[in-house]
Write a protein that binds this ligand. Sequence first.
Ligand code: URA
Length: 245
Amino acid sequence: MTEASPEATAEARRRAALDAIGAEVAACTRCRLHETRTRAVPGEGTAATEVMFVGEGPGFNEDRQGRPFVGQAGAYLEKLLESIGWARHEVFITNVVKCRPPDNRDPEPDEISACSEFLTRQIEALDPALIVTLGRFSMGRFNPGSKISQVHGTFRPAHTASGAPNSLAYFMYHPAAALRDGGVEAASRADMQGVPAALTRSRELRAAVAEAGSTAHVPETKPEFLTDNHEPTSDSDPTERLGLF
Ligand code: URA
């Protein structure tokens, strides 16, 4: 019998971890959202990916199907992915909260915090090079204190408390906002074009960190801007942690 390659073994381990988290999410009663949900929506996608998309929370269709981004916003997200030659099955897609807030209201802080551990464990399982945030609730986890209008289309190391010490985070508007507003839609199309470059940059940083030693993390550098029409907010300039970059 031939032995599985190290890559295949690692992928199988990640898949098993993601499936175990998914089973826990499906039975979760940690917050009030479980009382009104039809199905919990843990997230879906390949365990072999380097990229995780994180939205806000399930809507009507997602709640019915138990799958993320399957409604209009999902169709739009797929279109954006197609524009860079990607398909949804090549990434992992999940949300900050895994159950639908009634009437699509914003998730409450205590609901986000009750669900937070699931996202942390999904990130641990996948160790994505790049996390693409969709909308301000997701951005709030990976780049707290920033404004989406100022940071969309840019990337930076994920905030240390986000549970993603080795990932870059790339910020995009929520697809539903793009469907409501022509300006946001144009910005979203432009922003998606920057995702592959952000992934390339993250691979470079992770390779350098791997060379520097196993305890190093992707360093916090100044935000990197893909276009020059975004100004960093004054509170988003952490100092460098490693002298590498
Ligand atoms: N909006 C989200 O934020 N997530 C989904 O899964 C669907 C719509």
